[in-house]
Design a protein. Structure first.
Length: 519
């Protein structure tokens, strides 16, 4: 039950962040639309954001939290503080060098991620390179924020780290509304908003660390045994945690060869996918990693398996209907949130193509978030790396295959092939991770899975039928005003959730399915 409460805490904070994220994207779509300028910003933001997810929330957190949990379990407060101080100093020094190189070599970095723009000498390239110089320090700021969040999460202080993303959304909203009109190139205001958010996010962690008596005193610690262990674990976890991010970035590279707007359409659809992925996937991963690390340190394999089983059950109960809902409501959601002023009906249609393709893979994206900590908590970093490489190569092959087929068939939105490829690669990744845990007897599924799956499928089918009946007329959504759109969407989502829960309860969903193993 404790894990369920912690997940609810992180999930609630993430819901607030995602709601503000929607407000942010509504503002950006209304002011800037889907244009060459927004393409330039989204790529300038995606590069440091990619490195944030790859490094700060990915490899570093996955390596740092298990080692920190061991130090905590040992009960030596002085050794714990010494580790935190040396990790902070070493991380800050490395990130300062990386950020400096990124600022000076922004055009070179961008040429790797946007070869289509460079080869065609498109104006987006120089604009994006200029904004990348502003956004690149965000990598350092947010990585240090992730370090502070890892400390707080290890001590079961989940709320502050979960609220941190709210500041990014507020900063970008303020930049768009208050700063854009003051600049010669309005869209560059968003780049300054990203930089300001990085500073604010780091500062938010400091009071909580000071109250716990764990405020870092940075010290260089390349030879520190704990730092070396973390670095040793980080190298393979860079690959293991990077699959989804590398796939998204590879999508952007190919999108630069497609028509103007492709990068923005993928961005808006990915942002909608991030809502359930963040609320449940990241919340679960955040909560179970320190819990699993502790159970591994205590040599308690039964509870380790039970925790994984609970997380997977909760993921299935929520993600399957969420994926179905996103697929059916793709058009209405995009129309309600974004189809105003600069964001045109054609942008809705194109974004809907990629949103549907991404939504197909939602259960797999979240399954990877749940299953990967089953390896990292045991400090097994080799297996996820091997699996990640297979999934990454598969995604690249699918990218070329699906986009090529859609172009050959003359399909209006070939960028959707990129989203579909990412979904297929996520399923392969999840299946291989699951098989590895089962093969090593690390995870032993508990009874009741067949009943649970049948229940979820029946509930999702019933919900889908209702949503199709309520939202089949897309033209009526386009013609409605903003208030009516919001009202109809809220009713559709509410009725969908109610009918899903009601059907599941009738078929046999029990409270035990939600709390079993959540301790």
């Amino acid at each position: 039950m404790k894990l369920l409460k912690s997940t609810a805490t992180v999930g609630s904070a993430t819901i607030l962040s995602r709601i503000l994220g929607f407000v942010r994207d509504v503002v950006l779509a209304k002011i800037f639309g889907a244009s060459s300028e927004t393409d330039a910003f989204f790529l300038a933001f995606r590069i440091p954001n990619f490195m944030r997810r790859l490094f700060a929330e990915g490899s570093f957190s996955l390596a740092f939290v298990p080692v920190l949990s061991e130090y905590k379990a040992a009960g030596d407060r002085r050794a714990l503080r010494d580790l935190i101080d040396h990790v902070t100093g070493t991380l800050a020094a490395i990130l300062l060098v990386i950020s400096s190189v990124g600022i000076f070599a922004a055009p070179l970095v961008l040429s790797i991620f946007a070869p289509g723009w460079l080869m065609d000498d498109r104006p987006e390239f120089n604009l994006s390179a200029g904004m990348l110089r502003i956004t690149f320090p965000y990598i350092m700021l947010i990585s240090l924020t992730a370090l502070a969040g890892g400390i707080l999460n290890t001590f079961e202080r989940f709320l502050i780290p979960a609220l941190t993303p709210v500041l990014l959304n507020l900063s970008l909203i303020a930049a768009a509304l208050l700063l854009a009109d003051q600049l010669e190139v309005p869209v560059t205001a968003l780049a300054w908003g990203v930089l300001a958010a990085g500073c604010a996010q780091l500062l938010l962690q400091i009071p909580a660390l000071m109250r716990m008596g764990l405020m870092p005193r940075p010290r260089w610690g390349w030879r520190h045994s704990g730092v070396r262990r973390i670095l040793k674990l980080m190298i393979p976890t860079l690959f293991g945690s990077s699959v989804a991010q590398v796939n998204l970035l590879f999508d952007s590279i190919i999108a630069t060869f497609l028509v103007t707007g492709s990068v923005s359409w993928l961005y808006y659809s990915d942002r909608l996918l991030e809502f359930p992925l963040g609320v449940l996937g990241i919340a679960l991963a955040t909560v179970i990693l320190p819990n699993l690390s502790q159970k591994h340190a205590q040599a308690n394999p039964a509870e380790f398996s039970a925790t994984l089983d609970w997380a997977l059950r909760l993921a299935v109960i929520i993600t399957v209907p969420a994926a179905v809902g996103l697929i059916i409501l793709a058009g209405p959601i995009l129309i309600t949130l974004f189809q105003y002023d600069a964001f045109q009906p054609d942008d809705v249609r194109m974004s809907a193509y990629s949103l549907v393709a991404y939504s197909v893979g939602l259960p797999a994206f979240i399954a990877v978030k749940v299953l990967a900590p089953g390896y990292y908590a045991r400090q097994d970093t080799r297996t996820p790396v091997k699996i990640a490489i297979v999934a990454m190569v598969t995604n690249m092959a699918f990218n070329l295959l699906f986009v090529g087929l859609l172009l050959h068939k003359g399909f209006a939105g070939p960028h959707a092939g990129l989203a579909l490829a990412s979904s297929m690669a996520a399923y392969l990744n999840a299946i291989l991770l699951f098989r590895g845990l089962r093969k090593d007897h690390v995870y032993v599924p508990e009874r009741g899975w067949i009943r649970l799956c049948v229940t979820v499928i029946l509930g999702s089918v019933t919900m889908a039928a209702l949503l199709l009946f309520m939202t089949h007329d897309t033209n009526s959504w386009l013609q409605a005003d903003a208030i009516l759109r919001v009202k109809n969407l809220a009713l559709s989502i509410t009725f969908g959730i109610v009918i899903y829960i009601f059907t599941c309860m009738i078929v046999g969903l029990k409270k035990h399915d939600l709390v079993r193993g959540a301790h």
